[in-house]
Design a protein around this ligand. Sequence first.
Ligand SMILES: [Ca+2]
Length: 177
Amino acid sequence: MCYVMSYIRMAMCVILFLTLFTGMCVADSKGNLALNGMAVQSSLGHPQGDAQNAVDGNRDSDYKKESCTFTKTEFNPWWRVDLGNVYTVSNVTITNRGDCCKERLRGAQIRIGNKLDNNGNNNELAATILTAPNGTQTFSFESVNGRYVNIFLPGNDEILTLCEVEVFAEKKLLINI
Ligand SMILES: [Ca+2]
């Protein structure tokens, strides 16, 4: 009886230890975290311009190939992906539209964080796209913790089009928000 009790006590200790230990762990996270994530955008400006097209794993920059997003012409358009967990994001790779209108993306901001105030566009500014990307361009920055990655294009009469957004992190933080 004594042996059984001590065995159970030990087993409980192991379970408790593992629970606490794994709760503090950080897991390596390699690869594109945005791939097939839940994506939304401020508006839909064209039937083939769905927000999900920027996380479909296809960098095709020809809008006619139906793998790019497209908002209406509006004030401060934005696009957002939910990574599903909090990561320390250090790189975002963006594929701009290539068949025309590259300059539309100039001035767009990469914002990362855990809040959805102002649709996530108030989250920390990680980088600004100062010159229109010619094809695919990677933006590296001081790591920012966050679950949401926004591409925010401030200004009047702007159209936001993204053909692919890829998000990379150093590690995953096991915090559920
Ligand atoms: Ca795409």
